[in-house]
Design a protein around this ligand. Structure first.
Ligand code: HSE
Length: 400
């Protein structure tokens, strides 16, 4: 029997217990031993819960038990998750986590500690919820030089954008619904300002490079400025709006960004709706691969955590290599990255816009008193300079 502990009995932690119970025969068979949830750490009591007797409030009970082989860290945040994870790994206890904040901030250090202590730090659930993406990058695509990753990496914002598009729903109402469904982070700012997707693309870029992409080096823009008028324009242009996290390798430099993009309705990402995520990974000899599934929610995320538990159970006393060194990647600044931009200005700025932006493609205005257009490919730096001269209402990057 392999005894495990679950830290945090919230949305994901309770999902982990549920998946292990629901799929116990499969989980045990594939682990090649029985997985037993011995402890659940939480500050709260859970009277009447079938696992009530397993709930403990002191992490040391778990650490000092001597017979815990695997811990599922589903607490979120870095405090106290970092200290708990580190102390467990130092004792040779493997840790499986859904905590992208901790992985993005301390991934290389925790991976190294796991290696030095013949155990594992696994984080499949930290990106893409239930979608297998970490293991493909770390094991299946090892023969590739991965040079581009593009993803819809946040379920909450994809859910919000889908509802805004299809139902003309107000941003706040849809956000509330996403929180009720257990998709959103405790602090919704992390989702809607793009920080959550930023942490996820930082993790993916680090695995792509084998070196560290700091979250602080990811250019991050969220969806709070997207309005129903933007969707009216997008519709008129046969496009939709999606929040993308993307990273690129150019020569030996990397850049990563999170931003809303207007995409053609024919683009495969345009068909990724609601809480679903999708990730394109491009390898130099392989070409494109695409990964798709539920990007948030209790059971899909828990399923990924449990897949890590099984992998750790098969590797007790053995470290599975993860290629993510502490050394920073060489960063390419976003200033020189080029995109086309969809731009809205007030009608009286039309002449100035034509003069400053030069070769533009006019978009039929769907809002009285506005002039709208698409620029040619421009660098971020040049776009900003031009936009400052004309004083624009808004802009959204385009992908074809
Ligand atoms: N808040 C996150 C999301 C949860 O909406 O994608 C899954 O990481």
């Amino acid at each position: 029997m392999i005894n495990i502990a679950v830290l945090g009995y919230g949305t994901v932690g309770s999902g982990v217990v549920n998946v292990i119970e629901t799929n116990h025969s499969k989980v045990n068979q594939k682990s090649t031993d029985e997985i037993n949830v011995k402890y659940i750490l939480d500050l709260r009591e859970f009277p009447g819960d079938p696992y009530e007797s397993k709930v403990v409030h002191d992490f040391n009970t778990i650490l000092e038990d001597g017979d815990i082989k695997i811990i599922c860290e589903t607490m979120g945040g870095t405090k106290p998750a970092y200290d708990f994870t580190k102390s467990a790994l130092l004792k040779g206890i493997s840790v499986c986590t859904s905590n992208k904040e901790l992985v993005a901030q301390h991934g290389p250090e925790l991976i190294k500690i796991a290696k030095e202590n013949n155990c594992n730090y696994m984080f499949e659930a930290s990106v893409g919820g239930g979608i297998p993406i970490i293991r493909p990058l770390n094991s299946s695509l090892t023969s590739e030089d991965v040079d581009a990753i593009t993803g819809i990496l946040n379920g909450t914002t994809n859910y919000i954008l889908t509802k805004m598009e299809n139902e003309g729903a107000a941003f706040e109402d849809v956000l509330k619904k996403a929180q009720e469904l257990g998709y959103a982070e405790k602090n919704p700012e992390a989702d809607v300002e793009g920080y959550d997707a930023g942490r996820k693309i930082a993790i993916l870029t680090s695995l792509m490079a084998g070196k560290n992409m700091k979250f602080e080096n990811v250019y991050t823009e969220g969806i709070t400025k997207i309005t129903s008028k933007d969707f009216d324009y997008a519709k008129a242009m046969n496009r939709t709006i999606k929040l993308f996290g993307l990273s690129r390798k150019e020569n030996d430099e990397y850049y990563a960004m999170v931003s809303p993009f207007m995409v053609s309705k024919d683009h495969p990402m345009a068909m990724v709706n609601d809480v679903f995520n999708a990730i394109f990974v491009h390898g130099n000899t392989l070409g494109d691969t695409m990964y798709y599934g539920r990007g948030a929610g209790s059971l899909p995320t828990a399923s990924a955590v449990v897949s890590d538990v099984i992998e750790c159970a098969r590797n007790i006393g053995n470290n599975v290599p993860v290629f993510w060194d502490a050394e920073d990647v060489k960063i390419k600044g976003v200033d020189d990255i080029t995109h086309k931009f969809f731009v809205r200005v007030s009608s009286d700025k039309k002449d100035a816009a034509l003069r400053v932006f030069g070769n533009i493609e006019t978009v039929d205005s769907v809002v009285d008193g506005e002039f709208a257009f698409v620029t040619e490919l421009m660098s971020e730096k040049n776009f900003k300079k031009s936009a400052d001269e004309v004083s624009i209402i808004s802009r959204i990057r385009l992908v074809d």
